[in-house]
Design a binder for this molecule. Sequence first.
Ligand code: BEZ
Length: 273
Amino acid sequence: MTISSQPSSSQTSSSHASCPQASATQSWNAAGYAANAHFVPALGQPVLELLQPQSGERILDVGCGDGVLTEKLVALGASVVGVDNAPDMIAAAQQRGLDALIMDVRSITFANEFDAVFSNAALHWVKDDPDAPIVGAFRALRAGGRFVGELGGHGCVAAITVALLDSLERRGVEQASSQIPWYFPTVDEYETRLRRAGFVPRSVQLIPRPTPLPTGMRGWLETFANPFCAALPEEERGGFLDEVTARLKPVLCDSQERWTADYMRLRFAAGKS
Ligand code: BEZ
């Protein structure tokens, strides 16, 4: 599931790419995402179980990305609309035959019409206004509806982030932390935001989830770290990613060259009364 605060045009991706077309915001490419991050929807089963979609329900999938999980909701008999900021991902979702729209998740336009709003691995990309999608979800739901989702939680990818910031600072980037594109809330913080929007939180949990990376750290960085690369001239970006990968190897790569990222998830369910 993906959000980009500024939709970018599609980009090509290869295993040796170095932050292709880096921009200050995250850019999305459906083929690169499928290659390097297919585990993101694959690990979405627990949040689907929390949602408990019922046949015939009308569900809004916020940050649907390329629609892998949206398709599962449809297969369970729900009538689903997916929205995402990234045109390339929405095109991929539409190719699956899904009802998917390009929509900024900070400005959801639906009102009082969904039984449930669902979101997986998308809301941590809305760092500039984390309340906006919560307010939009509340408005989109009918009375009695539910908002169920998962995003990165406090401490998510902490080791990776420290290595990225340290390597940027070594290259003379000032205030490198301003490049962090993610919002990883604590339980208290997210519960407060849900209540403030009008929801009654039913469960909000922080869950450590060490996550194997199918294409290693370099593949992960190429897919998710372009906002950090954007602080550097293009010719430095490949060396930067090589350095970050090498620095993380002693802590996130095992003796059989298997990489694991230090993910934390924040999983929540809340109701609209
Ligand atoms: C995710 O998609 O879950 C994710 C992306 C970037 C950083 C951490 C988590």
